[in-house]
Design a protein. Structure first.
Length: 233
């Protein structure tokens, strides 16, 4: 059985004004709210049980998603009485299996969630991060100096290459031993603590479609991408 935890408790403040009257996961992209696109994708990829962690406007999310029967999947809920960030809410869920998927409720991607799940289990990872490669062009000439402020190198408008977290993770239950109870504790905290414990996460680079809907321009991009048929449902 494949289990997923969908983090849907945030206020979506960066996405205002769209989130003034509804929670971010219910903001529509094309024919469906963001959360329905994710649920449909998870069901299609073999997941049978989704737990939604909710807080802000929780009743609206519960009313829309119900028990998941309309998508042929079991949906239940974990209510945060205070903000616990991304990893803290996991300590409220009592029936987590040995391995489970965790993802943000504002991510649109065409990753094969089932394959991502299976690979994590096969490799025996404690934590697997799905990552995306980004390029960022610096609009200035970059000066590199030594300890006496003398110029030792110069790069004109360099392009920086880096990997970013997609907000899609696989966890082994052993991670719960690291996460504190009833504490605001995020992905960043867990990554640093796993490194400190000499049990670091494994990073898997994904090169397909991915969009983190954080700001209004991201949302407009999501609508355009849906209309262009870039988002698989």
């Amino acid at each position: 059985m494949k289990r997923a935890i969908l983090l849907a408790g945030g206020k979506g403040t960066r996405l205002k004004p769209y989130t003034l009257t509804m929670p971010k996961p219910l903001v529509p992209v094309g024919d469906y709210p963001i959360i329905e696109i994710i649920i449909r994708q998870l069901a299609k990829n073999g997941f049978t049980h989704i737990t939604l962690t909710v807080n802000h406007m929780a009743d609206m999310i519960k009313e829309f998603c119900g028990d998941g029967s309309k998508w042929g999947i079991l949906i239940d809920y974990s209510l945060e009485t205070k903000p616990l960030s991304t990893m803290g809410p996991l300590k409220l869920i009592q029936d987590l299996p040995e391995n489970f998927l965790v993802m943000n409720g504002d991510v649109l991607t065409n990753i094969d969630y089932g394959q991502f799940f299976d690979k994590h289990v096969q490799e025996g990872n404690v934590f697997t991060v799905s990552a995306y490669e980004r390029d960022h062009k610096v609009d200035y000439g970059v000066l590199e100096t030594n300890e006496t402020n003398q110029l030792v190198a110069f790069k004109e408008k360099p392009i920086l290459h880096y990997k970013v977290s997609m907000g899609v993770y696989m966890l082994n239950k052993a991670c719960l031993d690291v996460i504190p109870d009833d504490t605001f504790y995020g992905f960043d905290h867990l990554m640093l603590d796993l490194i400190k414990n000499n049990n670091p996460a494994t990073v898997k680079v994904f090169d397909g479609y991915w969009l983190d809907i954080g700001r209004p321009d991201d949302y407009e991009q999501a609508i355009n991408d849906y209309q262009a048929g870039l988002i698989n449902i």
